[in-house]
Design a protein around this ligand. Structure first.
Ligand code: ZN
Length: 253
């Protein structure tokens, strides 16, 4: 089972949250958090701002006098244009299917009056901790992450509008290689992130760890060993997260 409390205590998660807090602008009244999950960031936003709207695909349950919970879809938001001083969207865009990604970004741009803060994983190797669904056979990237982002890709999604601040958080992105990945693909994915909450990206079934015979487990262990050596001896560690803040007021003047 995925343990969100344990996840929040991780160093890389603390660095992610610290980076977001460091980018939050002053002088803001109304905030939309698009994709608020358990409301962890929502609470931090509500500590700082008077009116926070917390949106998710399923109606969030966040008990806080400054927070209004709403059910909604970021690819077609129910709000009028320029409804919020600040729109925050972190750990969301990597989950949006490719054909809807541009719509989601356009919607975030549409509903902000001034600031937009986006956070996504940075240069994630989507093959790491991949899984194969035992129900439908689809290859699943870890935690339903469908996209890998870098600075240029993220900027392009928002029409190359000049950003106001950028921050990279965490370090030490784990990578795999073509040979190890080919072995997993052929023989099974025993090291997938099976404790994740996200179901199969194709059929929606829970992802289950395959029961591999000993020989195949050893082949996969060999693949894992190669990865380990690669990550120990490879180039310098890269950041885990990229956070970008736009200030559209700044651009008007
Ligand atoms: Zn499936």
């Amino acid at each position: 089972m995925f343990d969100i409390k344990q996840y929040r205590r991780k160093e890389v998660e603390r660095q992610r949250v610290e980076s977001i807090l460091g980018l939050l602008p002053a002088g803001v009244q109304t905030v939309l958090e698009a994709g608020c999950r358990d409301g962890y960031i929502t609470h931090l936003l509500a500590d700082r701002y008077p009116e926070v709207t917390a949106l998710d695909l399923q109606l969030p349950v966040i008990e806080h006098p400054r927070v209004t919970c709403v059910q909604g879809d970021i690819t077609r938001l129910q709000f009028a244009s320029r409804s919020f001083d600040l729109v925050v969207c972190t750990q969301v865009l990597e989950h949006i299917p490719a054909e809807k990604l541009e719509d989601a970004c356009a919607e975030l741009l549409r509903v902000t009056k001034r600031y937009l803060l986006i956070g996504v994983p940075y240069k994630q190797d989507l093959r790491v901790h991949a899984m194969r669904c035992v129900q439908c056979g689809t290859l699943n990237p870890t935690t339903g992450h469908l996209h890998s982002f870098d600075r240029e890709r993220l900027l392009a999604l928002f029409g190359d509008r000049p950003f106001s601040r950028i921050d990279y958080a965490g370090e030490g992105v784990y990578k795999t290689n073509r040979f190890s990945y080919a072995l997993y693909k052929r023989f099974g994915f025993p090291y997938g992130s099976y404790e994740q909450e996200e179901p199969c990206i194709c059929c929606g079934a829970a992802l289950e760890k395959p029961r591999l015979p000993l020989f195949l487990r050893l082949v996969c262990l060999f693949a894992k060993g190669l990865e380990f050596v690669q990550n120990k001896t490879g180039p310098d560690k890269s950041p885990v997260w990229i956070h970008m803040l736009w200030d559209f007021k700044e651009q008007e003047t």
